[in-house]
Design a protein around this ligand. Structure first.
Ligand SMILES: NC(=O)c1ccc[n+]([C@@H]2O[C@H](COP(=O)([O-])OP(=O)(O)OC[C@H]3O[C@@H](n4cnc5c(N)ncnc54)[C@H](OP(=O)(O)O)[C@@H]3O)[C@@H](O)[C@H]2O)c1
Length: 250
């Protein structure tokens, strides 16, 4: 009997993608490649094969899927990596490769939270409470705040953000996870009175929400972009089960 190997592309850049790659590396009958955008200077590399850099849009990805004889795609990118997800959906359709999106759930408001939900970063900038604002949107999402000369911003990112930046700011370079104690201490040290975050839903960066709740700070929560109408799972285990189904189909 010939046993076929299922070749899997994992679109990465998240903790879930790394965990999936680790589990797939030990799985018989599967060969996985994780793809990273190459935007982080010193990325935490996943287990198994890794490729780095864009594909050149949906057409480039479709060609790559065919050339690499990929039998299944797991889009485990960040919930805000919308361009990549949209391109992956188009490419998988045109190359006739099954695709699933692995997206952890968003965060849920709890008693004591003072969240202001907004649909976009621009809306966050237009609805900012406070004078000393903690920005954890990521270094590429600062543009809507650069004209705000009235407020002071604490910007936290993994790699240094590039100009333009808001005129009054300080930068903290750090990679999560962070503890509630660390977040509370940071907020107090910088006299933060409002927090802006995207609804990533990540347990690695959730402590800031607990610290904000404890200190009674408002949190401007940017909603996720909508997902295309494709199969979706919320956990790594569900993604593995979906892949098992593809292996059997093949
Ligand atoms: N957006 C966030 O807040 C955030 C937070 C944490 C981690 N990340 C991770 O950082 C990466 C970039 O995010 P983004 O928001 O800049 O993406 P994006 O705006 O959706 O994508 C921009 C371009 O980057 C390339 N790209 C993105 N993800 C890729 C991947 N996994 N493998 C290969 N190419 C990729 C694609 O280039 P081509 O068109 O040339 O293929 C894509 O068109 C993603 O892997 C994402 O998971 C993003």
């Amino acid at each position: 009997m010939i046993v076929m190997t299922l070749r899997v592309l994992v679109l990465g850049g998240t903790g879930e993608a790394r965990r999936l790659a680790e589990l797939l590396a030990d799985r018989p009958g599967v060969h996985a490649v994780t793809s990273l955008a190459g935007v982080t200077e010193h990325p935490v590399l996943p287990a198994g094969d890794v490729r780095v850099g864009g594909f050149g849009g949906a057409d480039g990805l479709a060609a790559w899927l065919a050339a690499e004889r990929i039998g299944a795609v797991v889009d485990a990118t960040h919930p805000f990596a919308r361009v990549m997800t949209d391109a992956a959906v188009v490419a998988a359709r045109s190359a006739d490769v099954p695709l699933v999106v692995l997206r952890r759930p968003g965060w849920t408001e709890r008693p004591g939270d003072r969240w202001i939900r907004v649909p976009s970063l621009a809306a966050a900038a237009a609805n900012l409470p406070g004078e000393r604002v903690f920005l954890t949107t990521g270094r590429k999402d600062l543009t809507p705040f650069t004209d705000d000369a009235r407020r002071w911003f604490l910007i936290r990112s993994v790699d240094a953000p590039e100009p333009p930046l808001p005129p009054r700011h300080a930068i903290v370079l750090a990679r999560g996870p962070f503890t509630v104690d660390e977040e509370r201490a940071l907020f107090r040290e910088h006299r933060i009175d409002a927090v802006v975050t995207k609804d990533s839903g990540s347990p690695m960066t959730e402590a800031k929400l607990t610290a904000a709740r404890e200190l009674g700070l408002p949190v401007v929560m940017v909603d996720r972009p909508p997902l295309p109408d494709v199969p979706r799972v919320e956990t790594v285990e569900e993604a593995l089960a979906w892949l098992d189904g593809r292996a059997q189909d093949g």
